[in-house]
Design a protein around this ligand. Structure first.
Ligand SMILES: [Zn+2]
Length: 91
């Protein structure tokens, strides 16, 4: 069974509206939290993602920095683009 992230909440941590740069905290169903950076120009694109070190990595179980979440960028980006971005920047 491969890991499948499932976004349950997104909050905007910071933004530079003029430059179109956004930082989001993404919460996943398994308790994992990630920090994602986006550039909205020319279109919304996730430029970086890293796991917050609050809980061990759900993939490799390390409790320090790993790059596992990078592999899930397309999946997380897809979930984000549905409604989460819109919702979190409206708050
Ligand atoms: Zn990992």
């Amino acid at each position: 069974m491969s890991y499948r992230p499932n976004i349950t909440n997104v909050t905007k941590a910071s933004s530079n509206d003029k430059e179109g740069l956004y930082e989001f905290i993404i919460k996943l169903a398994d308790g994992t939290e990630c920090r994602a950076f986006y550039n909205r120009y020319p279109e919304w694109k996730m430029t970086n993602i890293s796991r917050l070190l609050k809980t061990p990595c759900p993939v490799c179980r390390k409790d320090f920095i790993c790059k596992c979440m990078d592999a899930f960028t397309p999946e997380l980006e897809e979930q984000m683009s549905n409604t989460w971005i819109e919702k979190s920047i409206a708050e």
